[in-house]
Design a protein around this ligand. Structure first.
Ligand SMILES: Cc1cc2nc3c(=O)[nH]c(=O)nc-3n(C[C@H](O)[C@H](O)[C@H](O)COP(=O)(O)OP(=O)(O)OC[C@H]3O[C@@H](n4cnc5c(N)ncnc54)[C@H](O)[C@@H]3O)c2cc1C
Length: 461
């Protein structure tokens, strides 16, 4: 079947959604394309804006490349539109030939240990959303703990630990919102303890992110000699893997450093399996209990039976993200992704036991592959999904109202206050101006209504 035009909806204006649109527009094909990009946030860029740490300006700079794609003007943006509420799958079938879901992952994966629900126990994703100024999170974050435990050995655990340990004034040159600066400024924290189940040669974080911790102003890095009694497997990992080699080198440099002068400390505890968040007797976090592990000689660890406890008043679990289910779209509850084959969405009928393609529906990015990998990986992901979308031309939907105005009319009829590219430019300029007034590059606007008002040019001073 030949078609003259593909009307495509992409849900999610994070890197995965933007790269997918860009790749499709630049791809070799024998049909025209018109793309509408929806996001429930009033600003695009997903986790690059609301996940990447504010003191990582180089990574935040990827926004420039993503903005260049949007600024070309050949993709329509509808911000502040939530799939499942403002627009449904039925609507999309009426107006488009196909949809790509690029909705990422924003929730914390759960950690099933006793006490994890205590007051003072938090998910890293929520804290990240707070410090990155996500509009749907409370403005206040309870930073009352002097000693904090961070569970996890990936880059998000390091982000969270770094932001907790860093002095607020050292974050001031970044784009952090005013409420975040004030919150961090009043934090009484002195000790941040990071716990990983495995040894130093099995961590998931990357050397650059680790090395950065050693450069924090007035923060001592504390590592413990007992964690460096390597076995053959660990030694082989250091010798055979460049990344592990550098991590080992950085950690060993810290072992030689003199400590004791700084007002804050960041402790790295390896071979520590989380057992329990201990109640202080009032329903609040009082301590973190863990079991010391040891290498099993094959790259894994086993428990030693030795139980330890560190007094802390807050616990952050940074053990991974998890995707969210979308109305009418299949969802894998074990892995937190949309089931798919190389981006082609699959459905399973529990009653008949039959499974197969869900035609016209595609996935890309973290909701397709799970919450692992860097921004760059979403590009190769998008290429795969777009290749299938193009080849599937005969299986697209046949929409009743494919004209570009009809979806605009639909949103207007429903009273959705959607934002567009011009609106994003307005918000962008506004944030840059807020920053310039205080000698900073940008200060983020946090409340959703204010973001939308500014975008729509309706802000009353
Ligand atoms: C804390 C943290 C730090 C990170 N730091 C780095 C780093 O330093 N370097 C790096 O390379 N990578 C980093 N990453 C990874 C990077 O953020 C991801 O690889 C990337 O953002 C995934 O892209 P995505 O487009 O799939 O999802 P996202 O970026 O999450 O984008 C998904 C978009 O979908 C929208 N959406 C969701 N549900 C709906 C709905 N129902 N309706 C409409 N829109 C919806 C969301 O609002 C969002 O804008 C980090 C990740 C985290 C969590």
């Amino acid at each position: 079947m030949t078609r003259s035009k593909l009307r495509l909806a992409i849900v999610g204006a994070g890197p995965a959604g933007i790269y997918a649109a860009d790749i499709l527009l630049k791809s070799e094909r024998n049909f025209d394309v018109s793309i509408d990009l929806f996001d429930h946030l009033p600003a695009p860029y997903g986790l690059v804006r609301y996940g990447v740490a504010p003191d990582h300006p180089r990574i935040k700079g990827i926004i420039t490349a993503l903005r260049d794609v949007l600024d070309r003007g050949d993709i329509r943006i509808f911000g502040n539109v939530r799939f499942g509420e403002d627009i449904t799958l039925e609507d999309l079938k009426r107006h488009y030939n196909a949809v790509i879901f690029a909705t990422g992952a924003v929730q914390d994966a759960s950690l099933r240990i006793p006490g994890i629900e205590l007051e003072g126990s938090y998910g890293a994703a929520d804290f990240v959303s707070w410090y990155d100024g996500h509009p749907d999170y409370p403005r206040e974050w309870p930073l009352e703990a002097q000693s904090v435990a961070v569970i996890g050995n990936g880059n998000v655990a390091l982000d969270v630990s770094r932001i907790l340990a860093k002095h607020a004034d050292d974050l001031l040159p970044t784009e952090i919102p005013a409420n975040v600066y004030e919150g961090l400024k009043s934090s009484p924290v002195t000790d941040v303890h990071v716990f990983g189940r495995r040894g130093p040669t099995s961590v998931k974080f990357t050397p650059l992110e680790l090395r950065e911790l050693g450069e924090l102003n007035d923060v001592d890095m504390i590592v413990y000699d007992e964690d460096f009694d390597y076995d053959d497997a660990a030694r082989a990992a250091v010798a055979g893997n460049k990344q592990v080699f550098v991590i080992d080198k950085v950690l060993n440099q810290w072992r030689q450093r003199e400590t004791g002068q700084a007002s804050r400390r960041l402790h790295l505890h390896f071979f520590a399996k989380p057992l329990e968040v201990v109640d202080d007797g009032t329903g609040r976090v009082g301590a973190f209990r863990y079991e010391r592990t040891k290498s099993d000689g094959e790259g894994g660890v086993v428990g030693t039976g030795e139980i330890r406890e560190v007094p802390v008043q807050a616990v952050y679990r940074a053990i991974g993200y998890f995707g969210s289910e979308l109305p009418g779209i299949p969802f894998d509850h074990d892995y937190g992704v949309i089931p798919n084959h190389e981006g082609q969405v699959l459905r399973h009928d529990a009653e008949t036991g039959e499974s197969g393609r869900m035609y016209g529906v595609y996935a890309t990015g973290w909701i397709k592959r799970g919450p692992v990998g860097l921004i760059g990986h979403t590009k190769s992901d998008a290429m795969e999904t777009i290749r299938h979308l193009i080849n599937d031309v005969g299986n697209w939907w046949s929409p009743a109202s494919p004209d570009e105005q009809s979806v605009v009319d639909l949103l207007d009829e429903r009273g959705v206050r959607y934002t567009d590219l011009a609106g994003w430019h307005r918000l962008d300029q506004h944030e840059l101006a807020l920053g310039a007034a205080e000698g900073r590059t940008r200060i983020k606007v946090v409340p959703r209504d204010e973001m939308v008002d500014i975008s729509l040019g309706q802000l009353t001073a």
